[in-house]
Design a binder for this molecule. Structure first.
Ligand SMILES: Nc1ncnc2c1ncn2[C@@H]1O[C@H](COP(=O)(O)OP(=O)(O)O)[C@@H](O)[C@H]1O
Ligand SMILES: [Mg+2]
Length: 270
């Protein structure tokens, strides 16, 4: 693993992105629709996370990213489709069984127990037998603060702790939702480097992030969600620095998914 302070690699040609239908994905989501209460939010989404990679999920506020992750983790109801983790079917299982199967989830705006120390927070999440050492290897600064009440940690340290809690059971795949919310750019870069390091520990990542360009630097495959549907599925490299293009996928009418290049989404022409 590289030093945590190493700069991120310069953007450029990323690794080849295999076709989602041809590789065996560690996480394979097919045709899932997710509702909040009775309101359908996510419509027939198919996506894959290849082993050893960071897969980036982008989209405007309200596009349905958190709802999709909640559906994968079992916190929101998925009414159709399949969710396969390393060959095991997760759809229909309660959240804790999905976690046992190897799914970690660092939820958006997740809070920590402020009166417990940092290490107590980690131990609570691991049911006493989590891999605290692995979390400290990833975030050496957390080990130095292990006995500090969580309420006294900086925003960046708290977010590292939230990430650490999602990793404590040594998941195969971790879903990470907007970990950089409200943090300074230097802290965000530090967190991004850690996310990239996760893949070297054999943990694949599905990353939701508002700092799109930082996420695209560490990711291999990207998806863009608009109004609950995937409108881009392709290499991160093709979106890096392409702000206009990204804006078009966020708010426009263009759709570009595998096997469906540059189609205009039906019913959305203005
Ligand atoms: N608990 C909820 N009940 C009803 N609607 C919700 C709930 N949570 C989110 N929504 C709606 O679902 C849509 C998608 O929200 P969300 O998944 O949070 O999007 P994102 O994470 O992409 O910003 C939004 O229109 C939001 O208002
Ligand atoms: Mg969200």
């Amino acid at each position: 693993m590289g030093s945590p302070m190493e700069p991120l690699p310069a953007s450029g040609a990323g690794p080849d992105v295999p076709d989602v239908r041809e590789v065996s994905n560690i996480l394979d989501v097919r045709g899932i629709s997710v509702s909040r209460g009775e309101v359908p939010i996510v419509h027939e989404v198919t996506l894959g996370v290849a082993p050893g990679t960071v897969t980036v999920l982008l989209g405007a506020n309200g596009a349905g990213k958190t709802t999709l992750l909640d559906g994968i983790a079992g916190l929101a109801k998925a009414s159709a489709g399949t969710i396969t983790l390393d060959g095991a079917e997760l759809a229909g299982l309660p959240t804790y069984r999905r976690a046992q199967a190897g799914l970690g989830y660092a939820e958006q705006a997740r809070t920590v127990f402020r009166t417990l120390t940092l290490e107590q927070n980690l131990l609570v999440s691991g049911d006493g037998d989590g891999d605290v050492a692995m979390v400290y290897r990833l975030f050496p600064e957390l080990e130095r603060r292990r006995s500090v009440p969580t309420g006294l940690l900086s925003g960046g340290e708290q977010q590292m702790l939230v990430l650490g809690r999602a990793l404590i059971a040594a998941p195969k795949v971790v879903l990470i939702d907007e970990m950089s919310l409200g943090l300074a750019p230097v802290v965000v870069r530090r967190l991004m480097a850690s996310v990239r390091d996760l893949t070297e520990l054999g943990i694949a990542v599905l990353l939701v992030e508002q700092f799109a360009n930082l996420a695209l630097e560490i990711g291999t495959r990207a998806y863009v969600l608009r109004k609950g549907r995937i409108v881009y599925d392709g290499p991160c490299a093709d979106l890096r620095g392409a702000d206009d293009r990204l804006h078009e996928f966020y708010f426009g009418t263009v759709t570009e998914t595998a096997g469906d290049t540059a189609a205009v989404a039906e019913g959305e022409t203005s």
